[in-house]
Design a protein around this ligand. Structure first.
Ligand code: NAD
Length: 514
């Protein structure tokens, strides 16, 4: 009989074969076709669960970015002139192709990221299909102000128009969903796009673009350039034919992108880092809070911009919360992402694993590591144990900086004012949660926590209809929802003279007498 290890190996081999066949023609996708990068440099995608090489590809250089932008510019007149109904139909067909290929997408995403297959299958891929269907619908629901005679002599109305060629840059943590969040609202609104995925994880963005072609979305509407941030990324941001930059990534790189984009006066959309608080009031359902904290902190091995990273627990529940959370964390199963029983995969790379370990090791000198705090000895990939830390100072690095790993810090607070003040005490403001059975306490948390999303008695769920985006150092602009669709349009005021009079009364304020 086949044992569980054999079945995981079989699934990985299937994913590898598919990736190698599919990407043999290169890791760029320009004008509806795969292409090889011409930077003269290569990058090897590594399976973080094993350290094995998956695929080596030629990185994009400035010339490839220029070709992709030219393809997007050429495709713009036709695509922007398509009716909302035509764009909507194309996106519905796209959603159907994605649904047919759901299995392939899940395998490729798990292979390149080390995500447990259940996460790719139950979160990344269905979320992406749903997003595609949502934007297919949204394409037909562009809303504007009513037209009217706001000056007695004129009729005014507002047109919402696509912006042009959008340049998008995405991170490695949810490569497929990030590609979808950037591409779908942009093309639904009639723009064309050049997306640069993270060089570590290009595979599903490329599959996504190829699926769009298969669905009949015209060549050049969606282009992918896979290169480094410094080379392909900066060229895209500075490109004179790119009208808007939509960036998701870390706050320091976002600042650099903003600097470059300002030089060519581009519209900017920045989805940056996070350090989400998780505030547990003393009337909370502790079992729910403990389960929520473990799921919220460990999703995607903690490499989630909204992950629960700082739990503040009101003093009466604090000790019980720490011990129950540590106990539950210890039950989480690390292992092969292709093994059905695996809960937690590796980090994206050995470098990221070492970065996370560095944060924890520095914290050890002044805080207490209750559980975890090490790489497991029995696994060869870039794994790190679920880690719970207490007794850290609020102003310490482990509490203030984005770690992007399976690490939760738990600290106590006394009264509600303190809990909310601590939640707001980092530069970030992407997401937060509050846990209470008291509607007034929960309501206060939703008003006073400064973040783009506040969950009550849950942490993590997202839906296509609702916006995702930050406050403060977490950036500005919204992904998903009708709000993001609007960001990819610009508003034009159109004003018609209704008088047909050559010598208009108002001209006398400029020349002549009354
Ligand atoms: P990163 O900032 O290092 O890189 C993001 C992207 O920017 C990559 O494609 C990279 O190649 C590119 N890049 C790097 N330098 C560049 C430059 N000088 N010019 C142009 N592009 C450049 O981030 P990462 O490590 O890939 O991803 C993790 C970060 O992303 C975390 O901070 C996380 O919070 C954030 N994130 C935010 C959201 C959100 O919605 N707010 C979602 C996912 C991830």
């Amino acid at each position: 009989m086949e044992n569980r290890g054999d079945s995981a190996r079989g699934t990985r081999d299937q994913a590898l074969r598919h990736v190698r066949e599919h990407f043999a023609d290169g890791a760029q996708y320009i004008a509806g076709r795969p292409a090889k990068g011409t930077s003269g440099r290569t990058h090897t995608v590594v399976d973080p669960a094993t350290g094995d090489e998956i695929h080596t590809y030629e990185l994009a250089g400035a010339d490839d970015v220029d070709s992709a932008v030219a393809a997007a510019r050429d495709a713009f007149p036709l695509w922007s002139a398509a009716t909302p109904g035509e764009r909507s139909d194309a996106l519905h067909r796209f959603a159907a192709v994605l649904a047919d290929r759901a299995g392939e997408f899940a395998l490729a995403e798990s292979l390149q990221c080390g995500k447990p297959l259940k996460l790719s299958r139950e979160f990344d891929v269905p979320g992406t299909i749903d997003n595609t269907a949502f934007f297919a619908g949204a394409a037909r629901h562009l809303q504007g102000q009513s037209a009217g005679e706001y000056s007695g002599d004129h009729t005014s109305y507002v047109r919402r128009e696509p912006i042009g060629v959008i340049g998008s840059i995405a991170p490695w943590n949810y490569p497929l969903q990030m590609a979808a969040w950037k591409i779908l609202p942009a093309v639904a609104a009639g723009n064309t796009i050049v997306l640069k995925p993270a060089e570590l994880t290009p595979l599903t963005s490329l599959l996504f673009a190829a699926s769009a072609t298969e669905a009949g979305i015209p060549d050049g509407v969606i282009n992918i350039v896979t290169g480094t941030g410094g080379q392909a990324g900066e060229r895209l941001v500075a490109h004179p034919d790119v009208a808007m930059i939509s960036f998701t990534g870390s706050t320091p790189v976002g600042k650099r992108v903003a600097e470059i984009a300002t030089g060519t006066v581009k519209r900017l959309h920045l989805e940056l880092g996070g350090k989400a608080p998780f505030v547990v009031f003393d009337d909370a359902d502790i079992e729910a809070a403990v389960h929520g904290a473990v799921a919220g902190a460990l999703i995607n091995t903690g490499q989630d911009c909204t992950a629960a990273t700082r739990a503040y627990v009101q003093r009466p529940l604090y000790e019980e919360f720490v011990s129950a959370t540590a106990d539950l964390m210890a039950t989480v199963r690390l292992g092969d992402p292709f093994e059905p029983g695996t809960d937690l995969g590796p980090l994206i790379s050995y470098a990221q694993r070492d970065r996370v370990a560095g944060f924890v090791d520095r914290a050890r000198t002044h805080a207490r590591v209750v559980t975890g705090g090490a790489a497991p000895q029995h696994l060869k990939g870039a794994y790190y144990l679920p880690t719970l830390i207490t007794d850290a100072a609020q102003d310490s690095e482990i509490v203030q900086s984005e770690i992007f790993g399976p690490v939760l810090v738990v600290l106590p607070f006394d009264d509600d004012d303190d809990g909310i003040a601590l939640a707001n005490d980092t530069p970030y403001g992407l997401a937060a949660s509050a846990w209470s059975r008291d509607v007034y306490r929960a309501g206060r948390a939703t008003r006073e926590i400064r973040a783009g999303c506040v969950w009550i008695n849950d942490h993590i769920p997202i839906i296509s209809e609702m916006p995702h985006g930050g406050y403060r150092a977490s950036g500005f602009g919204k992904d998903m929802s009708a709000y993001s669709f609007e960001e990819y349009t610009q508003v034009k005021h159109v004003m018609f003279d209704n008088t047909a009079v050559a010598r208009k009364d108002w001209h006398r304020t400029v020349f002549g007498d009354r």
